[in-house]
Ligand binder design. Sequence first.
Ligand SMILES: *Cc1c(COP(=O)(O)O)cnc(C)c1O
Length: 231
Amino acid sequence: MTTQNLASNLAAVKLHIANIEQQHQRNSGEVCLIAVSKTRSVQEIRILAEQGQIHFGENYVQESIDKMAEFTDIQLIWHFIGPIQKNKTKLIAENFSWVHCVERELVAIRLNNQRPPVLPALNICLQINIDNEDSKSGITPGELLPLAKTIQQLPNLKLRGLMAIPSVTQEFEQQSVAFQKMADLLSELQQNDLDVDTLSMGMSNDFEAAIAFGSTMVRIGTAIFGPRDYS
Ligand SMILES: *Cc1c(COP(=O)(O)O)cnc(C)c1O
């Protein structure tokens, strides 16, 4: 995609987010935009970075580490948003600021033990399988509180909140059901004295509903970069 197209897509998404914040009585600038750059080139990421985009989301460990090596001149914040294989936790702990898809205590403990002590605590979101789909990762709401309490005690991790990928639908009303459940789960954690502030929810086709129901981080790929090509 050309520089101009990428820059104008980014500007359009940011404007759209700002309008939705206003429409749904959210504070202006409250929603963080993560540009999901999996399968996208270093050049494309650089164009966005030059437009002021700081947060990038990646799904594949080796691909993302190769890309990060090209950005030693500029301070970007990298979010790991893909499924976590146990043998990749060290690379994730060493290279990312955020991990959005933690669902197992074992993985959390490995991330904690492998986080270099010189780095700030690794920000963690727990992935909830909010529509209870066999095809999706994530814990059930019933598993949430015990896992959250365990993670809160790990010194090199900072539990920030929850993440979900709801089942795909174009209907705002239907999208809202899952996002409302997520907002309720976050309040439940807060009522249990867990210090959490993050709802990572909303992708290209559902970020309006996500923001309406309290999202604080949207993860957007296609609306910025166009359709992905996995070939
Ligand atoms: C790919 C991906 C996204 C971005 O999806 P788009 O529909 O392209 O905006 C967001 N979150 C996760 C976890 C992803 O894997």
